[in-house]
Structure formats: C-alpha cells, structure tokens
Ligand binder design. Structure first.
Ligand code: PAF
Length: 276
C-alpha cells in the first residue's frame, strides 16, 4: 500500500482515504463518492480495529462481508480496498497509543474508555500507510471527527480532514453498520433519535431568545423516554469544536446523543440546531 501511494504521489496524483470498518451501506458509498470527486485516487481502508472495542463490546459480532464490500467499492470506482490483517497492524510487542486527552474523555468516551485512543492510533497508522492528501469521515460519529481533527492539528499532520454530512434512511434514521443489529420493530424505536433532533430544531426555531441548552436537553430526554425500550445514555448540547457543554444554544452548538434500544443496541446521532 505504501509503495503504491508513494508511486502515485511521485506521479503528482492526489490521494483520498476513506477509513472504514466495512459492512458498507449508502453512507459509506457517499463518502467514497465525495473522495472520488476531490482526488485522483481513492483508497478505502477496511479494518475492524480490535483496539477500539472495549471488553464486552461487539468486536466478535461486528458485521463482516468482504466479498460484498469489494463489489460495492468497485461499483463506485474505488481504486484500492485496503484490508490489512490484525497481525499486520498490531505485530507482537505493539505498545504505542495516541491519545487526545479531553476531547476523547466525555460523551461516548465516558462509557467507552480507551475507545478514541484506539481510533486515533489506527487512523494514524492508516495515514502513515496510505499517505493521503485528504481523509473523509462521516459526521455521524461527530466526537470521532472532532478528536481526529484535533489529532491532525496537534501533530501537524499534512492531511486535510473532510467531514461528510450524516446520510439518513428515508425515515430519518442515521445509517450505521450497527443498524443491522436492529429487529424490525426496533427500527421503529430507533427513530426516537431523529425525532429528538426534529424536536430540538423546532424548539430553536420557535424561540426568539437564545434557548437554555439544559432545558432543551431535559425535554429531549423526556421525549426519548416516551418510546418504550429506549434509554438515554447521554444527551448533550456542546460546542462543535471543543465538545464542551453550551449554556445556550448558538450557531456552533451540536446536539449529540447516545441511546440504548432494548438494552441491546447502542445508537448515536447528532445535529446542528441553528440553521445557518
Ligand atoms: O468510523 C469508523 O468506522 C472507525 O472508527 C474508523 C475511523 C475506521 C477507525 O477504525
């Protein structure tokens, strides 16, 4: 992979990387489409990264379908589907970790300790291996995007981090490989996240004065809990760059939340609340 990237760079080609854990859906394909528009060569990495899963999380169950993923990547004109093995990525004696301290600690980091260290470490390795000019990440994983942006800034990485808006089902459900865990009736329950976004946006639209973020969050928590089987892990309104809680909702605020459906499937979603 590195030799090929070096060759492309030598020919003056630009390279875009789309890092993934596979099990592609329309959201992934949209990221690949954007990569194609922005660069000469598109590399998609496919690696279910063991070090970003905590004990008791879904590493073993994580959906894997290399054959179908290969067809899908080919169908949107990806140049290389790069799928290293865990042994290649983490040879015996591997002991280095990258940690973005504060940004990775709260929100999802609070219930998934070490998760963002695992993400940063693998993304840094993928950058080294594929040498991209730009890398595309979905806004669906908003905290991940903020953490990676900070890592790239703090470590002076010469790769531009590009955000792609969340791709949604017609119902509003944010696309995610983990939606495959949802049974039919749970798809319906999972809509509580999108409904919460719509409710928060309506509240903001209807109010002339700046709204208290705490008031919006408590209304949203109540609203989510009206859906049987749905339990809020966190609902927060944060500054989109620092991920620190906002006191009032403003242009840079992001509603961000994690909800467990039937104690089984953990879903996340987020959105800006003020129309720009
Ligand atoms: O968002 C993902 O799929 C993963 O966290 C990533 C960025 C590919 C790192 O393993």
């Amino acid at each position: 992979m590195t030799e090929l990237s070096a060759l492309w760079r030598g020919e003056g080609k630009t390279i875009a990387l789309v890092p993934t854990m596979g099990s592609f859906h329309a959201g992934h394909l949209a990221l690949m489409g954007q990569a194609k528009q922005l660069s000469d060569k598109v590399v998609v990495s496919l690696f279910v990264n063991p070090i970003q899963f905590g004990p008791g999380e879904d590493l073993a169950a994580y959906p894997r379908d290399l054959q179908n993923d290969t067809h899908l990547a080919e169908s949107v004109g990806v140049d290389v589907l790069y799928a290293p093995s865990a042994e290649e990525m983490y040879p015996p004696g591997f002991q280095t970790s990258i940690r973005v301290a504060e940004l990775g600690d709260g929100l999802c980091g609070a219930s998934r300790p070490g998760h963002f260290d695992g993400v940063c470490t693998v993304v840094m390795k993928l950058f080294q291996q594929t040498m991209p000019h730009l890398a595309i990440f979905g806004e669906k994983d908003f905290q991940q995007l903020a953490v990676i942006r900070r890592m790239a800034r703090d470590l002076d990485l010469s790769v531009s981090i590009i955000a792609h808006p969340t791709v949604r089902e017609e119902s509003g459900l944010a696309m995610s490989s983990r939606n495959r865990y949802l049974q039919e009736e749970e798809m319906e329950q999972a809509l509580c996240l999108y409904r919460a976004i719509c409710l928060a946006r309506e509240m903001v639209k209807a109010s002339a004065a700046p709204l208290s973020a705490a008031d919006v969050c408590s209304k949203i928590v109540k609203n989510i809990h009206t859906t049987p089987g749905c339990v809020v892990e966190y609902v927060a309104i944060v500054d989109a760059d620092s991920l620190k809680s906002c006191s009032t909702v403003n242009k840079n605020s992001r509603l961000i939340m994690a909800v467990k459906v039937n104690r089984r499937v953990r879903l996340i979603d987020n959105a800006a609340l003020v129309e720009l």
